[in-house]
Ligand binder design. Sequence first.
Ligand code: SAM
Ligand code: SF4
Length: 469
Amino acid sequence: MEQNATLETIMRPREESAEAPDGARKVFVKTYGCQMNVYDSQRMTDALAAEGYRPAESLEEADLVLLNTCHIREKAAEKVYSELGRIRKLKEERAEAGRETLIGVAGCVAQAEGREILRRAPAVDLVIGPQTYHRLPAVVARARRGEKVVETDYALEDKFEHLPPASRGATRSRGVTAFLTVQEGCDKFCTFCVVPYTRGAEVSRPVAQIVAEAERLAEAGVREVTLLGQNVNAWHGEGPDGREWGLGRLLFRLAEIPGLDRLRYTTSHPRDMNDDLIAAHRDLPELMPYLHLPVQAGSDRVLKAMNRRHTAADYLRLVEKIRAARADIAMSGDFIVGFPGETEEDFQETLKIVREVGYAQAFSFKYSPRPGTPGAEMPLQVPDAVKDERLQRLQALLGEQQRTFAAGLVGRTINLLIEKPGRKPGQRVGRSPWLQPVIVDEKAGDIGDIVKVRITEAGANSLFAETIS
Ligand code: SAM
Ligand code: SF4
Protein backbone atom coordinates (compact mmCIF):
# COMPACT_ATOMS: atom_id res chain seq x y z
CA MET A 1 0.00 0.00 0.00
CA GLU A 2 2.69 2.38 1.10
CA GLN A 3 4.65 1.52 -2.01
CA ASN A 4 1.68 2.40 -4.24
CA ALA A 5 1.34 5.76 -2.55
CA THR A 6 5.01 6.38 -3.20
CA LEU A 7 4.61 5.39 -6.80
CA GLU A 8 1.76 7.85 -7.24
CA THR A 9 4.05 10.58 -6.02
CA ILE A 10 6.71 9.50 -8.44
CA MET A 11 4.34 9.39 -11.40
CA ARG A 12 2.92 12.83 -10.79
CA PRO A 13 3.50 14.81 -13.95
CA ARG A 14 5.82 17.81 -13.88
CA GLU A 15 3.11 20.45 -14.34
CA GLU A 16 1.60 19.57 -10.96
CA SER A 17 4.78 20.01 -9.01
CA ALA A 18 5.85 23.21 -7.31
CA GLU A 19 9.09 24.87 -8.38
CA ALA A 20 11.80 25.69 -5.85
CA PRO A 21 10.89 28.97 -4.10
CA ASP A 22 13.47 31.07 -5.96
CA GLY A 23 12.39 29.59 -9.28
CA ALA A 24 15.52 27.56 -9.89
CA ARG A 25 15.42 23.82 -9.37
CA LYS A 26 18.03 22.51 -6.98
CA VAL A 27 20.20 19.43 -6.99
CA PHE A 28 21.98 17.80 -4.08
CA VAL A 29 24.72 15.36 -5.01
CA LYS A 30 26.02 13.10 -2.26
CA THR A 31 29.32 11.45 -3.07
CA TYR A 32 30.61 8.13 -1.75
CA GLY A 33 33.97 6.45 -2.38
CA CYS A 34 36.98 7.59 -4.33
CA GLN A 35 38.26 10.87 -5.77
CA MET A 36 37.00 9.81 -9.20
CA ASN A 37 33.50 10.00 -7.80
CA VAL A 38 34.23 13.48 -6.39
CA TYR A 39 35.27 14.55 -9.89
CA ASP A 40 32.23 12.87 -11.49
CA SER A 41 29.89 14.59 -9.03
CA GLN A 42 31.30 17.95 -10.09
CA ARG A 43 30.84 17.09 -13.76
CA MET A 44 27.25 15.97 -13.14
CA THR A 45 26.60 19.22 -11.25
CA ASP A 46 28.06 21.15 -14.22
CA ALA A 47 25.90 19.21 -16.70
CA LEU A 48 22.77 19.99 -14.67
CA ALA A 49 23.80 23.64 -14.20
CA ALA A 50 23.59 23.99 -17.97
CA GLU A 51 19.92 22.92 -17.58
CA GLY A 52 19.25 25.49 -14.86
CA TYR A 53 19.77 23.32 -11.77
CA ARG A 54 21.54 25.07 -8.88
CA PRO A 55 23.39 23.26 -6.09
CA ALA A 56 21.21 22.76 -2.99
CA GLU A 57 22.67 23.52 0.44
CA SER A 58 20.94 20.55 2.00
CA LEU A 59 19.05 17.39 1.10
CA GLU A 60 15.83 18.92 2.40
CA GLU A 61 15.72 21.69 -0.20
CA ALA A 62 16.67 19.52 -3.18
CA ASP A 63 14.30 18.88 -6.08
CA LEU A 64 16.74 16.27 -7.33
CA VAL A 65 18.88 14.12 -5.05
CA LEU A 66 21.69 12.18 -6.69
CA LEU A 67 23.66 9.57 -4.80
CA ASN A 68 27.00 8.99 -6.49
CA THR A 69 27.80 5.57 -5.14
CA CYS A 70 30.70 3.21 -4.49
CA HIS A 71 30.62 -0.58 -4.94
CA ILE A 72 34.18 -1.40 -3.96
CA ARG A 73 33.28 -3.01 -0.62
CA GLU A 74 29.99 -4.41 0.62
CA LYS A 75 29.69 -1.83 3.41
CA ALA A 76 29.98 1.04 0.90
CA ALA A 77 27.21 -0.41 -1.27
CA GLU A 78 24.85 -1.13 1.65
CA LYS A 79 25.19 2.42 2.97
CA VAL A 80 23.43 3.57 -0.20
CA TYR A 81 20.31 1.56 0.55
CA SER A 82 20.01 2.89 4.10
CA GLU A 83 20.43 6.45 2.77
CA LEU A 84 17.75 5.77 0.15
CA GLY A 85 15.35 4.81 2.95
CA ARG A 86 15.95 8.17 4.63
CA ILE A 87 15.54 10.11 1.37
CA ARG A 88 12.30 8.29 0.56
CA LYS A 89 10.79 9.68 3.80
CA LEU A 90 11.94 13.14 2.81
CA LYS A 91 10.39 12.70 -0.62
CA GLU A 92 7.07 11.77 1.01
CA GLU A 93 7.18 14.81 3.30
CA ARG A 94 7.95 17.13 0.39
CA ALA A 95 5.16 15.52 -1.66
CA GLU A 96 2.71 16.38 1.14
CA ALA A 97 3.81 20.01 0.74
CA GLY A 98 3.18 19.73 -3.02
CA ARG A 99 6.83 19.55 -4.01
CA GLU A 100 8.30 17.05 -6.38
CA THR A 101 11.55 15.26 -5.51
CA LEU A 102 13.42 13.07 -7.92
CA ILE A 103 15.86 10.50 -6.56
CA GLY A 104 18.73 9.30 -8.72
CA VAL A 105 21.43 6.69 -8.14
CA ALA A 106 24.67 7.16 -10.06
CA GLY A 107 28.14 5.61 -9.77
CA CYS A 108 29.34 2.06 -9.43
CA VAL A 109 26.35 0.66 -7.50
CA ALA A 110 24.14 1.99 -10.31
CA GLN A 111 26.32 0.26 -12.89
CA ALA A 112 26.55 -3.02 -10.97
CA GLU A 113 22.95 -3.33 -9.82
CA GLY A 114 20.95 -1.39 -12.45
CA ARG A 115 17.26 -2.23 -12.37
CA GLU A 116 17.65 -4.17 -9.10
CA ILE A 117 17.91 -0.78 -7.36
CA LEU A 118 14.37 0.09 -8.47
CA ARG A 119 13.17 -3.22 -7.05
CA ARG A 120 14.87 -2.73 -3.67
CA ALA A 121 14.16 1.02 -3.49
CA PRO A 122 11.01 1.84 -5.51
CA ALA A 123 11.21 5.54 -4.63
CA VAL A 124 14.24 5.85 -6.93
CA ASP A 125 13.42 7.57 -10.24
CA LEU A 126 16.60 7.17 -12.20
CA VAL A 127 19.68 4.99 -12.25
CA ILE A 128 22.67 6.14 -14.27
CA GLY A 129 26.07 4.48 -14.72
CA PRO A 130 29.40 6.36 -14.83
CA GLN A 131 29.82 5.92 -18.58
CA THR A 132 26.73 7.94 -19.46
CA TYR A 133 26.84 11.06 -17.27
CA HIS A 134 26.70 13.28 -20.36
CA ARG A 135 23.16 11.95 -20.87
CA LEU A 136 22.11 12.97 -17.36
CA PRO A 137 20.04 16.04 -18.38
CA ALA A 138 18.01 13.93 -20.84
CA VAL A 139 17.60 11.17 -18.25
CA VAL A 140 16.37 13.68 -15.65
CA ALA A 141 13.91 15.15 -18.17
CA ARG A 142 12.48 11.67 -18.82
CA ALA A 143 12.23 10.97 -15.09
CA ARG A 144 10.38 14.27 -14.60
CA ARG A 145 7.81 13.09 -17.12
CA GLY A 146 7.15 10.12 -14.83
CA GLU A 147 9.34 7.49 -16.45
CA LYS A 148 11.58 5.20 -14.40
CA VAL A 149 14.90 5.40 -16.19
CA VAL A 150 17.81 2.96 -16.04
CA GLU A 151 20.75 4.15 -18.14
CA THR A 152 23.70 1.81 -17.65
CA ASP A 153 24.80 1.03 -21.21
CA TYR A 154 28.36 1.77 -22.20
CA ALA A 155 28.01 4.86 -24.38
CA LEU A 156 29.64 4.72 -27.80
CA GLU A 157 30.17 8.47 -27.89
CA ASP A 158 32.91 10.13 -25.83
CA LYS A 159 31.38 11.13 -22.52
CA PHE A 160 34.00 13.83 -21.89
CA GLU A 161 33.41 15.45 -25.30
CA HIS A 162 29.75 15.87 -24.43
CA LEU A 163 30.00 16.97 -20.81
CA PRO A 164 29.93 20.77 -20.52
CA PRO A 165 32.97 22.34 -18.85
CA ALA A 166 32.56 23.86 -15.42
CA SER A 167 31.90 27.60 -15.42
CA ARG A 168 34.70 29.79 -14.12
CA GLY A 169 32.55 30.63 -11.10
CA ALA A 170 31.92 26.95 -10.28
CA THR A 171 35.63 26.15 -10.57
CA ARG A 172 36.56 29.09 -8.33
CA SER A 173 34.03 28.03 -5.71
CA ARG A 174 35.66 24.59 -5.59
CA GLY A 175 38.98 26.00 -4.44
CA VAL A 176 42.60 26.16 -5.52
CA THR A 177 43.10 22.42 -5.90
CA ALA A 178 41.23 20.29 -8.42
CA PHE A 179 40.86 16.74 -9.68
CA LEU A 180 41.06 15.95 -13.36
CA THR A 181 40.17 12.45 -14.59
CA VAL A 182 42.49 11.39 -17.41
CA GLN A 183 41.81 7.68 -17.47
CA GLU A 184 38.89 5.44 -16.61
CA GLY A 185 38.28 1.74 -16.29
CA CYS A 186 40.69 -1.10 -15.82
CA ASP A 187 41.91 -4.16 -17.73
CA LYS A 188 43.88 -5.70 -14.88
CA PHE A 189 41.18 -7.85 -13.28
CA CYS A 190 42.61 -8.22 -9.80
CA THR A 191 40.54 -11.07 -8.40
CA PHE A 192 39.14 -9.01 -5.49
CA CYS A 193 38.07 -5.96 -7.46
CA VAL A 194 34.81 -4.84 -9.07
CA VAL A 195 36.29 -1.91 -11.01
CA PRO A 196 36.74 -3.71 -14.38
CA TYR A 197 33.04 -4.65 -14.19
CA THR A 198 31.63 -1.34 -12.96
CA ARG A 199 33.91 1.09 -14.82
CA GLY A 200 34.56 -1.07 -17.87
CA ALA A 201 37.66 -1.37 -20.01
CA GLU A 202 40.58 1.00 -19.72
CA VAL A 203 40.08 4.26 -21.63
CA SER A 204 42.50 7.21 -21.81
CA ARG A 205 41.37 10.76 -22.59
CA PRO A 206 43.23 12.49 -25.43
CA VAL A 207 46.09 14.89 -24.64
CA ALA A 208 44.38 17.94 -26.16
CA GLN A 209 41.22 17.43 -24.08
CA ILE A 210 43.22 17.09 -20.86
CA VAL A 211 45.41 20.12 -21.59
CA ALA A 212 42.36 22.26 -22.41
CA GLU A 213 40.66 21.27 -19.15
CA ALA A 214 43.83 21.92 -17.13
CA GLU A 215 44.21 25.35 -18.77
CA ARG A 216 40.64 26.24 -17.85
CA LEU A 217 41.30 25.18 -14.26
CA ALA A 218 44.49 27.27 -14.08
CA GLU A 219 42.74 30.31 -15.59
CA ALA A 220 40.13 30.07 -12.84
CA GLY A 221 42.82 30.13 -10.15
CA VAL A 222 43.57 26.45 -9.54
CA ARG A 223 47.20 25.97 -8.44
CA GLU A 224 47.30 22.21 -7.92
CA VAL A 225 45.81 19.49 -10.12
CA THR A 226 45.60 15.80 -9.26
CA LEU A 227 45.25 13.59 -12.32
CA LEU A 228 42.90 10.72 -11.65
CA GLY A 229 42.41 7.25 -13.02
CA GLN A 230 41.63 3.81 -11.66
CA ASN A 231 44.98 2.98 -13.23
CA VAL A 232 46.27 6.44 -13.86
CA ASN A 233 49.80 5.46 -14.79
CA ALA A 234 48.45 3.21 -17.56
CA TRP A 235 47.26 6.42 -19.24
CA HIS A 236 48.50 6.80 -22.82
CA GLY A 237 47.37 9.02 -25.64
CA GLU A 238 48.39 10.50 -28.93
CA GLY A 239 50.25 13.77 -28.47
CA PRO A 240 50.17 16.78 -30.83
CA ASP A 241 53.37 15.40 -32.38
CA GLY A 242 51.44 12.29 -33.49
CA ARG A 243 53.51 10.14 -31.11
CA GLU A 244 52.15 8.04 -28.28
CA TRP A 245 52.57 9.83 -24.95
CA GLY A 246 52.70 8.25 -21.51
CA LEU A 247 51.84 9.88 -18.20
CA GLY A 248 55.39 11.18 -17.65
CA ARG A 249 55.27 13.16 -20.88
CA LEU A 250 51.79 14.44 -20.10
CA LEU A 251 52.97 15.72 -16.71
CA PHE A 252 55.80 17.67 -18.38
CA ARG A 253 53.25 19.26 -20.73
CA LEU A 254 50.86 20.20 -17.91
CA ALA A 255 53.71 21.74 -15.92
CA GLU A 256 54.09 24.30 -18.74
CA ILE A 257 50.64 25.76 -18.02
CA PRO A 258 51.06 29.14 -16.29
CA GLY A 259 49.71 29.07 -12.73
CA LEU A 260 49.73 25.28 -12.39
CA ASP A 261 52.45 24.92 -9.80
CA ARG A 262 51.67 21.53 -8.33
CA LEU A 263 50.85 18.24 -9.97
CA ARG A 264 49.88 14.89 -8.50
CA TYR A 265 48.39 11.69 -9.85
CA THR A 266 46.57 8.72 -8.36
CA THR A 267 46.07 5.67 -8.31
CA SER A 268 48.98 3.84 -9.83
CA HIS A 269 49.62 0.17 -10.45
CA PRO A 270 53.18 -1.04 -9.84
CA ARG A 271 53.33 -2.72 -13.25
CA ASP A 272 52.70 0.57 -15.08
CA MET A 273 55.36 2.58 -13.26
CA ASN A 274 57.67 3.12 -16.23
CA ASP A 275 61.04 4.87 -16.52
CA ASP A 276 59.60 8.06 -18.09
CA LEU A 277 57.28 8.51 -15.15
CA ILE A 278 60.09 7.88 -12.67
CA ALA A 279 62.17 10.45 -14.60
CA ALA A 280 59.35 12.97 -14.19
CA HIS A 281 59.68 12.53 -10.41
CA ARG A 282 63.40 13.26 -10.78
CA ASP A 283 63.21 16.22 -13.16
CA LEU A 284 59.89 17.95 -12.66
CA PRO A 285 59.74 20.23 -9.61
CA GLU A 286 55.98 20.70 -10.12
CA LEU A 287 55.41 16.98 -9.54
CA MET A 288 54.90 16.61 -5.80
CA PRO A 289 57.10 14.07 -4.00
CA TYR A 290 54.24 11.80 -2.99
CA LEU A 291 53.28 8.52 -4.63
CA HIS A 292 50.26 6.34 -3.97
CA LEU A 293 51.40 2.94 -5.15
CA PRO A 294 49.28 0.15 -3.70
CA VAL A 295 50.88 -3.24 -3.13
CA GLN A 296 47.82 -4.83 -1.41
CA ALA A 297 49.78 -7.69 0.23
CA GLY A 298 53.33 -8.80 0.95
CA SER A 299 53.06 -12.54 0.28
CA ASP A 300 53.85 -13.71 -3.26
CA ARG A 301 51.31 -16.51 -2.89
CA VAL A 302 48.56 -13.99 -2.07
CA LEU A 303 49.73 -11.52 -4.73
CA LYS A 304 49.47 -14.33 -7.29
CA ALA A 305 45.97 -15.32 -6.12
CA MET A 306 45.03 -11.62 -6.36
CA ASN A 307 46.33 -11.58 -9.97
CA ARG A 308 48.52 -8.57 -9.21
CA ARG A 309 51.18 -9.94 -11.58
CA HIS A 310 54.19 -8.83 -9.59
CA THR A 311 56.04 -10.15 -6.56
CA ALA A 312 56.96 -8.44 -3.30
CA ALA A 313 60.59 -8.28 -4.48
CA ASP A 314 59.49 -6.58 -7.76
CA TYR A 315 57.66 -3.96 -5.73
CA LEU A 316 60.61 -3.36 -3.41
CA ARG A 317 62.98 -2.98 -6.37
CA LEU A 318 60.57 -0.48 -7.90
CA VAL A 319 60.38 1.58 -4.71
CA GLU A 320 64.17 1.60 -4.54
CA LYS A 321 64.37 2.87 -8.13
CA ILE A 322 61.81 5.60 -7.45
CA ARG A 323 63.67 6.68 -4.30
CA ALA A 324 66.93 6.75 -6.24
CA ALA A 325 65.25 9.24 -8.60
CA ARG A 326 63.58 11.32 -5.87
CA ALA A 327 64.99 10.76 -2.42
CA ASP A 328 62.33 12.71 -0.51
CA ILE A 329 59.37 10.90 -2.07
CA ALA A 330 56.72 9.86 0.44
CA MET A 331 55.16 6.48 -0.28
CA SER A 332 51.50 5.73 0.23
CA GLY A 333 49.64 2.48 -0.39
CA ASP A 334 46.55 0.33 -0.12
CA PHE A 335 46.43 -2.99 1.71
CA ILE A 336 43.88 -5.77 1.91
CA VAL A 337 43.93 -8.19 4.83
CA GLY A 338 42.17 -11.56 4.88
CA PHE A 339 42.14 -12.31 1.18
CA PRO A 340 40.94 -15.95 0.71
CA GLY A 341 43.65 -18.40 1.77
CA GLU A 342 45.74 -15.76 3.59
CA THR A 343 47.53 -17.48 6.49
CA GLU A 344 49.24 -15.86 9.47
CA GLU A 345 52.57 -16.42 7.65
CA ASP A 346 51.22 -14.60 4.59
CA PHE A 347 50.02 -11.75 6.77
CA GLN A 348 53.47 -11.54 8.39
CA GLU A 349 54.83 -10.93 4.87
CA THR A 350 52.50 -7.93 4.57
CA LEU A 351 53.85 -6.52 7.85
CA LYS A 352 57.37 -7.19 6.55
CA ILE A 353 56.89 -5.26 3.30
CA VAL A 354 55.34 -2.37 5.24
CA ARG A 355 58.44 -2.27 7.49
CA GLU A 356 60.77 -2.42 4.51
CA VAL A 357 59.06 0.37 2.56
CA GLY A 358 58.10 2.73 5.39
CA TYR A 359 54.83 4.45 4.38
CA ALA A 360 54.01 8.07 5.02
CA GLN A 361 50.33 7.28 4.63
CA ALA A 362 48.23 4.21 3.80
CA PHE A 363 44.73 2.85 3.45
CA SER A 364 43.99 -0.64 4.70
CA PHE A 365 40.87 -2.71 4.35
CA LYS A 366 39.39 -6.07 5.31
CA TYR A 367 38.82 -8.16 2.22
CA SER A 368 35.19 -7.85 1.16
CA PRO A 369 33.94 -10.57 -1.21
CA ARG A 370 32.28 -8.86 -4.16
CA PRO A 371 29.65 -10.71 -6.21
CA GLY A 372 30.91 -11.59 -9.70
CA THR A 373 34.62 -11.36 -8.85
CA PRO A 374 36.79 -14.53 -8.77
CA GLY A 375 37.84 -13.89 -5.15
CA ALA A 376 34.27 -14.25 -3.91
CA GLU A 377 34.19 -17.86 -5.22
CA MET A 378 37.58 -18.86 -3.80
CA PRO A 379 37.79 -21.50 -1.04
CA LEU A 380 39.31 -20.72 2.38
CA GLN A 381 37.52 -17.43 2.97
CA VAL A 382 39.02 -15.90 6.11
CA PRO A 383 36.69 -15.48 9.12
CA ASP A 384 35.75 -11.90 9.92
CA ALA A 385 37.25 -12.00 13.42
CA VAL A 386 40.64 -12.96 11.95
CA LYS A 387 40.40 -10.12 9.40
CA ASP A 388 39.53 -7.70 12.22
CA GLU A 389 42.50 -8.73 14.29
CA ARG A 390 44.95 -8.56 11.36
CA LEU A 391 43.62 -5.17 10.30
CA GLN A 392 44.22 -3.84 13.81
CA ARG A 393 47.82 -5.04 13.82
CA LEU A 394 48.45 -3.63 10.34
CA GLN A 395 46.87 -0.29 11.15
CA ALA A 396 48.90 0.00 14.35
CA LEU A 397 52.09 -0.37 12.30
CA LEU A 398 50.95 1.97 9.52
CA GLY A 399 49.80 4.56 12.08
CA GLU A 400 53.19 4.43 13.77
CA GLN A 401 54.94 4.97 10.43
CA GLN A 402 52.66 7.89 9.59
CA ARG A 403 53.40 9.55 12.94
CA THR A 404 57.14 8.97 12.54
CA PHE A 405 57.06 10.53 9.08
CA ALA A 406 55.14 13.58 10.32
CA ALA A 407 57.37 14.01 13.39
CA GLY A 408 60.44 13.95 11.11
CA LEU A 409 59.20 17.13 9.43
CA VAL A 410 59.21 19.21 12.63
CA GLY A 411 61.78 22.01 12.29
CA ARG A 412 61.86 21.76 8.49
CA THR A 413 61.00 24.59 6.11
CA ILE A 414 58.51 23.58 3.45
CA ASN A 415 56.43 25.08 0.66
CA LEU A 416 52.79 25.26 1.63
CA LEU A 417 49.84 25.81 -0.69
CA ILE A 418 47.23 27.68 1.34
CA GLU A 419 43.84 26.14 0.52
CA LYS A 420 41.11 27.38 2.85
CA PRO A 421 40.22 29.04 6.15
CA GLY A 422 40.94 26.95 9.23
CA ARG A 423 38.33 25.77 11.70
CA LYS A 424 39.40 28.35 14.27
CA PRO A 425 39.32 32.11 13.61
CA GLY A 426 42.64 33.46 12.39
CA GLN A 427 43.78 30.13 10.97
CA ARG A 428 44.35 28.89 7.45
CA VAL A 429 44.87 25.34 6.23
CA GLY A 430 47.21 24.31 3.47
CA ARG A 431 48.79 21.14 2.09
CA SER A 432 52.38 20.06 2.42
CA PRO A 433 54.08 18.60 -0.67
CA TRP A 434 53.40 15.20 1.00
CA LEU A 435 49.66 15.84 1.13
CA GLN A 436 49.38 16.49 4.88
CA PRO A 437 47.07 19.27 6.07
CA VAL A 438 49.12 22.07 7.66
CA ILE A 439 47.60 24.72 9.94
CA VAL A 440 49.09 28.22 9.87
CA ASP A 441 48.22 31.73 11.00
CA GLU A 442 46.15 33.61 8.40
CA LYS A 443 48.97 36.15 8.15
CA ALA A 444 51.01 33.46 6.38
CA GLY A 445 49.29 34.32 3.11
CA ASP A 446 46.11 34.29 1.06
CA ILE A 447 44.25 31.30 -0.26
CA GLY A 448 46.07 30.17 -3.40
CA ASP A 449 49.47 31.41 -2.23
CA ILE A 450 52.40 29.05 -2.01
CA VAL A 451 54.46 30.18 0.97
CA LYS A 452 57.51 29.03 2.89
CA VAL A 453 56.69 27.97 6.43
CA ARG A 454 58.49 26.12 9.22
CA ILE A 455 56.83 23.05 10.73
CA THR A 456 56.57 23.48 14.51
CA GLU A 457 54.45 20.55 15.59
CA ALA A 458 53.03 17.28 14.30
CA GLY A 459 49.48 16.64 15.55
CA ALA A 460 47.41 13.49 15.16
CA ASN A 461 46.01 14.37 11.74
CA SER A 462 47.72 17.58 10.76
CA LEU A 463 50.90 19.59 11.06
CA PHE A 464 51.28 23.08 12.54
CA ALA A 465 53.60 25.67 11.04
CA GLU A 466 54.87 29.21 11.56
CA THR A 467 55.69 31.81 8.95
CA ILE A 468 59.28 32.63 8.23
CA SER A 469 60.04 36.28 8.61
N1 SAM B 1 43.77 0.65 -9.14
C1 SAM B 1 44.23 0.63 -7.83
C2 SAM B 1 45.27 -0.48 -7.66
O1 SAM B 1 45.52 -1.22 -8.54
O2 SAM B 1 45.78 -0.62 -6.58
C3 SAM B 1 43.15 0.50 -6.80
C4 SAM B 1 41.81 1.03 -7.03
S1 SAM B 1 40.59 0.43 -5.91
C5 SAM B 1 39.30 1.44 -6.43
C6 SAM B 1 41.03 1.14 -4.34
C7 SAM B 1 41.41 0.14 -3.27
O3 SAM B 1 40.28 -0.51 -2.75
C8 SAM B 1 42.31 -0.99 -3.72
O4 SAM B 1 43.64 -0.59 -3.84
C9 SAM B 1 42.10 -2.03 -2.68
O5 SAM B 1 43.02 -1.93 -1.62
C10 SAM B 1 40.69 -1.74 -2.17
N2 SAM B 1 39.76 -2.80 -2.58
C11 SAM B 1 39.35 -3.09 -3.82
N3 SAM B 1 38.52 -4.15 -3.80
C12 SAM B 1 38.42 -4.54 -2.51
C13 SAM B 1 37.71 -5.59 -1.86
N4 SAM B 1 36.97 -6.47 -2.52
N5 SAM B 1 37.84 -5.69 -0.51
C14 SAM B 1 38.60 -4.82 0.19
N6 SAM B 1 39.28 -3.81 -0.38
C15 SAM B 1 39.20 -3.67 -1.72
FE1 SF4 C 1 40.89 -2.92 -9.31
FE2 SF4 C 1 43.18 -1.52 -9.38
FE3 SF4 C 1 43.22 -4.15 -9.78
FE4 SF4 C 1 42.15 -2.55 -11.63
S1 SF4 C 1 44.30 -2.65 -10.96
S2 SF4 C 1 41.29 -4.46 -10.91
S3 SF4 C 1 41.22 -0.98 -10.33
S4 SF4 C 1 42.64 -3.05 -7.89
